[in-house]
Write a protein that binds this ligand. Sequence first.
Ligand SMILES: Nc1nc2c(ncn2[C@@H]2O[C@H](COP(=O)(O)OP(=O)(O)O[C@H]3O[C@H](CO)[C@@H](O)[C@H](O)[C@@H]3O)[C@@H](O)[C@H]2O)c(=O)[nH]1
Length: 868
Amino acid sequence: MSDSARHARPELLDTPLDVKELVRFTLHDPFVQQLATSSANEFFAPEPEGRLTVRRGAEGCWDLLPEDWRTYFDGIAQPDRRDEALRLLSEGTQPILVYPPSSSPPPRQTRSPAAQVRRERTADERLAKINLKNALQAGKSPKKDHEAHLSRALACPPLDLHVLAVDWSASQKSGAEKIDEIRSNAALAPVKGSLTHEVNSLDADGVLDVLSHWPPADAPPSTPPALLVALHACGDLTPDALKAFIRSEADKERRSGAKAIFVGCCYNLQTPSLYPLSQHIRSLPLPKSSTMTRAHLRLTPQSPPTWHFSPASTAAWRTSTLKLAYRARYEAELEAGGHGARGERRVGRIPDCTSWAEYRRRAHKKAEGGLAEAQVPALRVGGEDDDEDAAWATMLFQLRVFWTLRSWLGPPLESLCVLDRFAFLCEGLCEEWTGDHRASPTRRRIELVNLFDQATGNVSTRLLDERLSVTDLHASRALPRSDDLATGRTPQLQGIAQFIAPEAPVQGTQLSPNEYFKRKIALITGITGQDGSYLTELLLEKGYEVHGIIRRSSSFNTGRIEHLYKDVHERPKMVLHYGDLTDTTNLVGIISSVQPTEIYNLAAQSHVKVSFDMAEYTGDVDGLGTLRLLDAIRTCGLTNHIRFYQASTSELYGKVVETPQSETTPFYPRSPYGVAKLYGFWIVKNYRESYDMHASNGILFNHESPRRGRTFVTRKISRAVAEIHLGQQDCLYLGNLDAKRDWGHARDYVEGMWRMLQQETPDDYVLATGETHPVREFVEKAFAIVGTTITWEGERDTIHEVGKCSQTGKVLVRVDERYFRPAEVDLLHGTPAKAEKALGWKRKVTFDELVKEMVEADIEGAKRADHD
Ligand SMILES: Nc1nc2c(ncn2[C@@H]2O[C@H](COP(=O)(O)OP(=O)(O)O[C@H]3O[C@H](CO)[C@@H](O)[C@H](O)[C@@H]3O)[C@@H](O)[C@H]2O)c(=O)[nH]1
């Protein structure tokens, strides 16, 4: 390699990741190395008296962990606490674990680099991503929505590129052709002649060979620039093939503008000898020379942070760890039966086993030459006096803890692998530049692009969303696009689109607002809340694809929408994205990738009393957050395409100046919450008027349901009534009993939101019932549902007033001044006349029905002791 090329290298891995730290952690840290080389297959051991236990001592995997960790995990016995502990552990937020002195936790950035990376990406780079996906609907697998066959996708409309796909074996080629056959009638089949499929050795010579007769002589002269796609180009193939690609450029005319895409592989299939580390990594000042072992490579696809992303992914993870446990258990039985030394991998994959008995039966058959039942002793789980099921559950939990810790290596290792491959590639090309082709004025840009779904893609690939660019690129060309492909999405392909047309990013969309709107894709901020969950149900019923933004939290916060969640891999009807109204770049990223037709801004710090304690935060989220969202729409070039709903509120009326309140009633907010929402209201109106956006304010009066948060007064009352009725609570403590509210049912109100966005023109509407009731009436009606009559005694409007059970004389309601607000909204009473007339909206559930539904639901909830 020339000096100048070598010189260029320090810039090579200019990433937010500390590569040195990454290498130290993944390849040197003694504790981590021990974990990497340990094997779950040996987790269990046979005891002489025919028992199965967790293998102990120096050779036991479990014993690798520091004692205080083991003690901690062994102290967790309840199943739900175990599940929670595993989830926290998989996310890297398990608080008690202090890493042993020999080690340190995985480099932070590999756990959640996304935020950091996002901040560092320039706005231009962001823009370059926008709206490319609509051009890339092609190539979907006929069976699975989420899977795209890349080479086909590129050869189909709308890209219509001429693609050369090279496989190393004829069977791979025929497999791919079978899929083409299945697809031949589909609208998205590759255009005839646009795909050349060749079989050749996947090295520099093989690539040179195929390139020498490609594009085929009969390709029409107007064929777009050719594209070489190398999937799973592992080891040193990538630089070799690239070199060949450059050399083959001799025939410039035919290949002008040609590009190559190399897609990395699942490194766990590699052997270390095919995986020489890049010079860049090897030259880092580290304790001793580092190498990648097979154990390391096998761990690369493991990504604990995604295991508990959704109920479906948790379930999949449980199944796969159960299979691990069965295999380890069977290994121990084989060992007890004298069938070879321990640790020899004798049982291969046995898919889809639902019980240990079934696994065992099938494993007997699968063992080499077959084994009879009598040849494999059945080991008893736990001691004589132990409950076998409970003992197995404990051992399984231990294995899962061990596996999670071990898998923590996956994201850092994969980050390292990908960065290292990138360095390796650049080095290979630098060498190339020192040869004849150095004289060529053509310079090459090499980029790492993210080909993975942001929602589920693992950590390291998110990191690579930060494109690493080495030098400038020639030849750019706007993507051809096709409007009829606008409805589906294959996010995996975005990065490639960008690579093909990096200098001609198209903002926004080329669809007309009407065509765009027909796609029915909603994005909801605050999807996990009461309104978010009802709205999601409504929109899914109406055939929408629903995307929601959820805040990252260390505890589950998706309870209200869990019943709606379908595995994103199966059918992405509802997709969740981590995000926050305080992070503009994040909002731009989500909007640009989702390309929603409607946005419902329901996220807020919505508690009026809390807003007095967290005034600045409330202003930031409820006020500026709205502005950020509106600006993100503009940044994405979708100002005239997205319809926007803002959750405004009757709290704007505050100290009311007229009753009933309507759209024309002046505002007088009485809390930091109300003031922040006032900003939100006006900025929506301002953007509507300034930029002609379809943005509407729904001025919603209080709306409740069994899904209401427990700190809001109606739910607080209904739950307390339920618990008092069941003898689980003695007394309900409230604040101002005389505040009056206009209470409706949330399910009715979300329908009003949707109706607002179906109007041709945006506007502001009040949604209300037209009735008002004091808090004390809610209390009385709620108690009446369980047959209790409340009599009020003591001085009204003071903390001395109490509500007694008329039948028993027991005090069931007291006033606690802690619940008074520094400034109160005494009366809210709206008129929905405008919405009824213009939207055809009418509330369905009456006040009495609402109270009844809430109390009854809470009686059931209290019986189950649920925490919602
Ligand atoms: N939360 C609460 N409120 C109490 C209590 N005792 C009396 N109240 C009174 O009950 C009334 C209703 O309080 P909340 O249920 O907390 O709702 P809110 O302040 O009216 O605000 C809700 O409705 C708004 C729409 O008008 C929403 O904008 C807001 O986000 C929230 O959902 C208030 O006057 C409050 O002082 C109590 O123990 N807890």
